[in-house]
Design a protein around this ligand. Structure first.
Ligand code: FEO
Length: 411
């Protein structure tokens, strides 16, 4: 039995659900698993685009053998060398010794670094715009540097207008269907698509925009990513491209606020909850609260990408910002988080460090972010005589959210 499906005119999806890996790249939790996709061309020449993680190697090799039906594999395109796709490449190439390996010079350099098994006679170097004729299908290669590795190429089937988009447009989460239009994508997959984008590709917004601009000049009927669903309808393609236009330009999808807090003994948490309640009573909807000591930062960074405003609330600990908040802010900085209005509530008992560190991130480490005044630096806990200041902060935050433009007008 096999996990393959024809997408269009002899182009096949070959997919594997990985339910077993707990942490993607040994850092990002996978509560709903992840998928790896490859694509096979059944044409005068046979061609495979990308391999799979070694956790799916046996299923992958079995499915490719099934699709080849005794033919040889002529071409194997490596769109990038990251091991979640390429770690079964050597096994494939040893099984099909006549297959040419298609990539950029830097692809082959990484191939040799990872596998220590040079195959120079088999390398076929391609550059921007180069074409490879398979028979009915002609492939054209599009360079996509730093989306999100330096040697990334995307592949475009000129004949059937299919874009093989490498990691772009992928998502976390296993799938039961092949196509996004067969699922309730927004309800069941959008959060994991955003979390995947933000944490895997989020740092490279300008590079993603460059590729989106190149792709916008091509007729595209199908998008085939390396993780998750295939997009084959105008509606689902527009939907996922629009989401990427938001994400890559650091433009929120929603007007609203994420409150990211951490708290040692509950006093900062209480202040964060009181502030949330004041915002709610001022009409702010869908307030999202996350304890960054408890929720993995990848989930909270993704929510910060989604909403227009952010509130940080954290205490001083050992003369530093409490580490869970420092980790979260470091992640945001690394991911090039930008274009947000941010409120700050700090707390300390005998020396204040949290406030200064949080403010420094917002003003000096994040791009195009501003601190919303007034800020607060509590002494051990929220006192009744500070209610006026917190009311003022809630007023200003609610007003700022209200006045924020419709995010869809900003992309
Ligand atoms: Fe899904 Fe960059 O690998």
């Amino acid at each position: 039995m096999h996990c393959v499906e024809e997408i269009k005119n002899g182009i096949y999806w070959v997919g594997c659900n990985d339910f077993r890996t707990e942490l993607f790249e040994r850092i990002f939790p996978l509560p709903q698993g992840v998928t790896y996709n490859t694509y096979f061309f059944d044409d005068e020449k046979t061609c495979l685009i990308d391999a799979m993680d070694k956790s799916c190697r046996d299923e992958f090799l079995e499915d490719v053998e099934y699709l080849l039906k005794g033919r040889k594999l002529d071409y194997f395109v490596i769109q990038h060398m990251e091991p979640d796709h390429a770690s079964s490449a050597l096994a494939l190439l040893e099984k099909y010794p006549e297959a040419k390996i298609v990539g950029q010079p830097s692809t082959f350099k990484l191939f040799e670094q990872f596998f220590r098994h040079p195959m120079p006679d088999r390398y076929m170097t391609v550059n921007e715009g180069d074409q490879l004729k398979l028979g009915k299908h002609t492939l054209q290669f599009i360079k996509a540097p730093m989306v999100h590795w330096p040697e990334v190429i995307m592949t475009y089937d000129v004949t059937d207008h299919v874009l093989f988009s490498a990691d772009a447009f992928g998502h976390f989460g296993t799938v039961g269907n092949v196509f996004a239009d067969q699922a309730d994508f927004e309800e069941n997959y959008l959060d994991e698509a955003r979390r995947y984008y933000v944490n895997i590709v989020g740092k490279y917004g300008p590079q993603v925009m460059n590729v989106l601009k190149k792709a916008s000049k091509l007729p595209i009927d199908v998008i085939c990513p390396l993780h998750g669903f295939v997009f084959r309808t105008p509606e689902t393609i527009k939907y996922i491209v629009d989401k990427h236009l938001h994400w890559a330009q650091y433009v929120p999808e929603k007007k609203g606020v994420v409150i990211a807090f951490s708290s040692i003994y509950g006093n900062t948490e209480r202040a964060a909850c009181v502030l949330a309640n004041k915002l709610s009573r001022r009409g702010v909807r869908d307030i999202r609260m996350y304890d960054v000591a408890k929720v993995h930062p990848s989930f909270v960074t993704a929510k910060a990408w989604e909403y227009s405003h952010l509130i940080l609330a954290a205490p001083t600990y050992n003369l530093n910002l409490f580490l869970p908040m420092e980790n979260f802010l470091h992640d945001l900085k690394t991911l090039m988080f930008q274009k947000r209005t941010i409120g700050i509530v700090a707390c300390h008992s005998w020396a204040s460090a949290a406030y200064k560190t949080m403010a420094d991130y917002v003003e000096n480490e994040f791009k195009c972010c501003e601190i919303l005044e007034p800020t607060m630096d509590l002494k051990s806990s929220l006192r009744d005589d500070q209610e006026c200041l917190m009311d003022e902060l809630a007023d200003k935050m609610a007003e700022s959210i209200e006045q924020y433009p419709d995010p869809n007008t900003l992309i």
